[in-house]
Structures are given as C-alpha cells and as structure tokens.
Ligand binder design. Structure first.
Ligand SMILES: [Fe+2]
Length: 505
C-alpha cells in the first residue's frame, strides 16, 4: 500500500467515523447562563477577560503610542482568541469553545492601528444565521446540533495565528488552518495542504525550523484515534510531506518542542467517560505515565525513540536543546488536572476562581539510558513561555512569559518576566494590580544575530477602564518597563497566542 493510500485508509476509516460520536453526543445542555455571568461581571470587573465580544469587527482604530517606539521596530502583532461565547440565552461553559477573533496591531509612525475581526468560519456564519449555537463544541454540550461532515464544520479558528510565506493563517487544534487577508483580516478559506488531508487537524502550535520550513502535528485523539499526524510545510507554504504515527492509547497533546535535530511530542494519557463534548468526556489519567515520542527530522516517517515519564498535563512548551546524551524540553507543567481540563472554568460562569497553577519544568530525556524525568525550575504561576529562536541549540534559551507578582485583582497574570534558568536570573515588570497580562512575543532586532537582542510585545486588558492595550519592552531591560504603550478606546476578551510579522526592512 503506498503512503498516500495508507493515509487515506487510516484517516477516512474508523478515526473519521469516530469523530461524529465524539463530538455529536446529544443530551441536556449544561451550559453557563449569560445573566449569571453578567451578575458576576458587575462584582468582578476582571471577568471582562471572558466577556462576549461587543462587535463582529473592530477598527481600524489608530492610537498614539505613549513613550517612544524604537525606529527599527515595525510590523504587525497578530493575535487570536475565543471571543463569541453567548447566543440566545446560552453561554459556553468551556473557554476554548468561543469562536475566534483575530487581531492585527500594526505599528508605524509612532502609532498603532488595531483591527479585530471574527474569523468567518462556516460554523460562525451558520450560527449567525441561526441566532443560536447549533454546532458541536469542544467543551460544551450543544442541544440538537446539526450533523457535521468533518472537523472543519465545527472549526472555530480561535487559538493562534501564524504567517508562512507571507500568508496569514488562523489556527485551531482540531481542524484546518483558515487563511486570512493579512491587511484587512478578511477570512479567505480553510487550507487544504493536500487533497487527501482535507480538514484534518493542524495544530495551533507549528514550529519554524532554522531552514525556514515549518513542522506541525495534528492530534488523532481529536478524531477518536491515538497518535499524531506530522506535517512538514515549506517556507513557501507548500506541503513538503505528511506522516501518520498511530498509537494504541489516547494521548492529549496541544503543542510540541524541537531541538536542532529532533521533534519531541508528549502525549498525556486520558480516559473517555460517557457522554458530552470532547473536554466534558475527557478525564486525564494521572495514574498512568505520559508517552514522549522523539522523531529525527531527517527520518520523519518513523518514531526514533519512545519514553515513559511521570504524568503531567502540558499545553505549552518553551525551548528544547541537546546537552550530552540528553534532550532538555521546557514546559508549563500543570499538576491540577481539573484546571487543565477546563482552564478558568469559574470565570466562564462569572464566578471567582483560581490563578494558573502551572510551573516551569524541564523534561529530561536521556537518549543513551532511556531514562526520562521531570525537573522543576522553581517558577510557579506562569504560562505561555516564549523565547528567541536564534538561541544556539546546545544551551537553554531565556524564557519570556506572563507571571503573577504581588497583589492581583484577577486570578490571572499581572506582570511579564524573563527567566534564565542556567544563569539563575529573573527580571520582571509588573504592570499593576488591575492589569491582565497576556503572552509576550519576542521580536528580534533587525540586523542583529545576538540572541535576546530585541523586544517583547504583549497585549493587556485594563478592566477598570474597560480598554485593551499593547506594550513594547526592551527584552534586555524588562525591569525598566515598556518603551511604548498604547490603549484602545474599547476592550475585548483575553486571547491565547500571537505572532509578530516584522515589516520588510
Ligand atoms: Fe496554545
């Protein structure tokens, strides 16, 4: 059987058939109540981070920057996140369910111009017409859902955004990337990299390799199977190749990591309980170990090594590197499996909740001995770790991430920090008690090859003044605070991930 036939057989057979039951199970709607959320919001203004977006489109809105933007800082920060949570008296109970809104923050001439646009997926358009949610969701049971043909009929395109070969894609973990117009953010179409791979999962966390190509995976557990579909996309946004690595047991994975030579995937074990949507019926299985897969980039059609390691629920990885016979992978390590199954669930209901219980950890995989273990790095209350991809492959990178420092009025991040684990260095900027702080993206200084020479750009929510904003910091002087900040005359809910497209010099 040739490879293409094999893929089609595997992916159009039992796994695709299993998608329907996994997502379409009926039953009573167990959603949140918009009125209950609104009452909570009056008491806890920070819940604006989980509030239904006020409009289908924002901007273009140009605001002056406070402070001074470096002359060579130019380009657009694209971000994505769930924004549409309520219809017809029904509110999603899981943060990941909201339909995606993509934002573009374009910097130039001492100002920033913001646009926000709902991604016009078939799901969003169908529900706009119907006036109610009628499509299976990832984490909430929907009553009387329409039948869906494939994952893209339920795709919310709500998790991240990436630019490949000058083309902009809104990403979701369970289906295709949706291509958008990079200037106007108008939705073009879902991307089919090869006809036999239409509508298959293309995760929200692709990784760019040093040669400019992109690696990504699709989790087969989202289709009722086990294992992953490995994608390799060229710098020109054409498919180089795709491979299926099937596993017998279900494992959840949301992102992965790479060293110069290897790709590292960590499958977190879970069981399916009866009924409900994917996340409702999923129970992490902390009594079982995780499976780590190592794939050699020069032989992507096979798994080079397989490890077992103590259970951990992971969404996001930082850098990875090789040290002697070991692969070292940094990650935001969640011990609280219920928080990991449904992050900030209390906020979705308008209730008070707990902050992120994740801590920074290293996964150490010894290729010589086969030993795998976790090592905690003593950095609690963090998520969304990012780094400068120019860092050499034989040493750990400095990691940049939101943090909670001192008093915070929200169970969320109020600061940004740099952690250099090797040098035992930490620098912090605390935005303030009432500011909600999102992922900060590293932007390299044009013309420089020195790792960590550049800036951080991150978005903010100020619920006390009902406004969203953005800040630019010197990555080497985080403690000095932002070089430039801009605030919009409106607010929108928190997002997940962003990508900075630098303007051509
Ligand atoms: Fe993510």
């Amino acid at each position: 059987m040739d490879r293409r036939r094999f893929l089609r057989t595997l992916l159009s057979g039992a796994t695709v058939a299993a998608l329907g039951p996994a997502l379409l199970r009926g039953g009573e709607a167990l959603a949140g109540d918009p009125a209950e959320f609104a009452a909570g919001l009056r008491e806890r203004p920070y819940l604006a981070g989980w509030r239904q977006v006020a409009a289908e489109a924002f901007g273009p809105t140009t605001v002056q920057l406070e402070g001074r933007l470096p002359a060579d800082f130019a380009g657009t920060l694209y971000r994505n996140g769930p924004a549409w949570f309520e219809r017809d008296g029904f509110r999603y109970e899981h943060w990941f369910d909201g339909d995606g809104m993509v934002h573009g923050w374009h910097f130039g001439n001492g100002a920033v111009t913001h646009r926000g646009r709902m991604v016009q997926t078939p799901k969003f358009q169908r529900e706009q017409r119907a006036g109610r949610f009628n499509t299976p969701a990832a984490g909430t049971t929907i009553a009387e859902p329409v039948a869906i043909r494939n994952n893209d009929d339920a795709n919310t395109a709500n998790t991240s955004v990436v630019t490949i070969g000058g083309r902009l894609f809104a990403l979701y973990e369970g289906g295709s990337a949706f291509e958008l117009d990079p200037d106007e953010l108008a939705t073009l179409e879902p991307t089919t990299w090869r006809p036999d791979l239409q509508a298959l999962p293309f995760s929200a966390h692709p990784l760019r390799d040093r040669d400019g190509s992109w690696w990504n995976f699709g989790a087969l557990s989202l289709m009722g199977g086990g294992g992953l579909l490995l994608w390799h996309i060229g710098a020109d946004a054409r498919l180089i190749d795709a491979h299926v690595h099937a596993l017998d047991a279900p494992g959840y994975l949301h992102a992965f990591a790479q060293t110069d030579r290897y790709l590292v995937f960590l499958m977190t074990p879970f069981d399916r309980t009866a009924g409900g949507s994917f996340f409702e019926s999923m129970a992490f299985a902390p009594q079982r170990p995780c499976t780590a897969l190592v794939i050699d980039k020069t032989a992507p059609d096979r798994v080079m090594r397989r490890f077992e390691v103590d259970f951990a629920a992971i969404y996001h990885f930082g850098d990875a590197f090789e040290r002697g016979s070991e692969l070292i992978v940094r990650a935001a390590h969640h011990d609280d499996v219920e928080h990991a199954r449904s992050p900030h669930r209390a906020a979705m209901f308008g209730h008070a909740g707990a902050a992120s219980p994740a801590q920074l950890a290293e996964l150490r995989l010894d290729l010589r001995t086969g030993r795998a273990r976790w090592h905690m790095l003593g950095v609690p209350g963090m998520e969304f770790p990012l780094f400068d991809a120019r860092t050499a492959g034989d040493s750990g990178a400095r990691l940049y991430m939101p943090a909670t420092v001192g008093e915070a009025s929200a169970p969320y991040f109020n600061a940004v920090q740099m952690i250099d684990a090797a040098a035992d260095l930490r620098t912090v900027h605390r935005y303030g008690r009432d500011i909600l702080v999102e992922e900060h993206v590293f932007v390299p200084r044009p013309g420089s090859t020195r790792p960590d020479d550049g800036w951080l750009v991150g978005t903010l929510l100020d619920p006390t003044r009902d406004r969203s904003g953005i800040a630019v910091l010197d990555a080497q002087r985080i403690g000095d605070g932002p070089l430039a900040t801009a605030w919009l005359p409106y607010a929108f809910p928190l997002g997940f991930h962003g990508h900075f497209a630098q303007a051509a010099a």
